[in-house]
Design a protein around this ligand. Structure first.
Ligand code: SF4
Ligand SMILES: [Zn+2]
Length: 365
């Protein structure tokens, strides 16, 4: 067993994943998901292609403890390549005429994993992109191992699509090796990420790094500190942009199992605001993205329900370097409860059901 894996954690993650995939097997229908967003000058097209599925998640390792994307991949019912290509072509030709296009092709796994995205499909996508002069940037994602092992494929792709700019997203999640191994079951260490980044930088490829907030088994405060430290490490190592991703509890994962037992709660929006403010003050000019999925929902990042929208707006303002008022307790009384949570010793937190904490009467009021 490689040292990047904690066998006990991996066994449990795999057990829960297999059980859930078996449960949904019979009425599963793979779908192509897409989204088009228009700005004044650009058209951002995102397509999620349901390929076979992330090899890491489908392996005996069970995959990452917080990721349920494999639930939507096609696994044993592959969607024909022609359907995927037709859909990409439709999206490219029918949208935002005359504007330049940023095309994001995500396969909920690694674009350079031959098991998941066969070479033939990748080459046909490249051919399609070359026929469209409006595409300015292509964004895909990959685990570090495919960047390190298939780097010639990446360089080929970059040259083939030139002058389209290539961006590769890497899910580092945390720069702490103990968290990567014992909480997230990522199957790699920060050193693998660092080597991948160096390779990509040497080829002029743009790098986006995903940071996960908050891994299982961490307190709210530990998760805040880990996200800030990870952002610092990722920028030091050379990423161009960081994407902060607060947890959205997905079915079939270890984090879902813990959530159902009230042993895990997604982070507070106050925590994200604090993280974003800290990172922004360190790096006023670097690219930060935070577009949480399921924000405000119980399974996603949330506050008390009354102030969620307001705090989400504050987060975006901080990202854009706008000045915001810091009288947080005037925005909502739940700020005091959040403060209590992050300042409490772990022993106090153990005595309380985590899900109740967001609705407790604030101690200082
Ligand atoms: S986070 Fe990425 S590598 Fe991990 S299981 Fe999900 S798709 Fe696979
Ligand atoms: Zn509130």
């Amino acid at each position: 067993m490689p040292s990047e894996i904690n066998p006990l954690l991996s066994f449990k993650v795999n057990d829960l994943r297999s059980e859930y995939l078996n449960l949904i097997e019979s009425d599963f229908q793979p779908k192509l998901w897409s989204n088009v967003e228009e700005t004044e000058t650009e058209c951002i097209i995102t397509i999620v292609i349901p390929t076979k599925g992330c090899s890491w998640a489908l392996s005996e390792s069970g995959g990452c403890s917080v990721c349920g994307y494999v639930n939507d991949s096609s696994r044993n019912q592959p969607i024909p390549s022609n359907r995927i290509l037709d859909r990409i072509e439709q999206l490219l030709t029918r949208n935002c005429q005359k504007k330049s296009i940023i095309l994001k092709i995500f396969n909920s796994g690694s674009f350079f994993d031959e098991e998941d995205v066969p070479q033939n499909l990748r080459l046909r996508i490249v051919k399609l992109l070359k026929e469209n002069e409006r595409i300015r940037k292509l964004a895909v994602e990959s685990r570090p191992q495919y960047i390190l092992n298939n780097f010639n494929v990446i360089e080929q792709l970059k040259n083939q699509i030139d002058p389209i700019f290539l961006e590769i997203g890497i899910g580092l999640e945390s720069s702490n090796n103990a968290i990567l191994r014992d909480c997230l079951n990522k199957g790699f260490f920060v050193e693998d990420y660092e080597k991948s980044v160096q390779k990509l930088l040497s080829s002029g490829i743009r790098i986006k790094t995903y940071i996960f907030i908050k891994p299982p088994f961490l307190t709210e405060l530990e998760a805040i500190n880990d996200a800030i430290k990870t952002a610092q490490d990722a920028f030091r190592i050379g990423t161009d942009v960081i994407s902060l991703n607060p947890c959205n509890v997905q079915n079939g994962t270890l984090i879902h199992h813990l959530y159902r037992k009230d042993s895990y709660q997604p982070p507070w929006l106050w925590s994200i605001l604090f993280i974003v403010k800290s990172i922004r003050s360190l790096y006023p000019n670097l690219d930060i993205i935070c577009e949480p999925s399921a924000a405000g929902k119980h399974r996603g990042v949330h506050n008390c329900g009354k102030c969620d929208e307001t705090v989400l707006n504050l987060i975006q303002k901080v990202i854009k370097n706008e000045i915001i008022s810091e009288k947080y307790s005037e925005i909502c009384s739940c700020f005091t409860r959040w403060k209590f949570l992050v300042e409490s010793p772990i022993e106090v937190l153990r005595l309380r059901k985590l899900s109740k904490l967001r609705n407790l009467t604030p101690l200082n009021e």
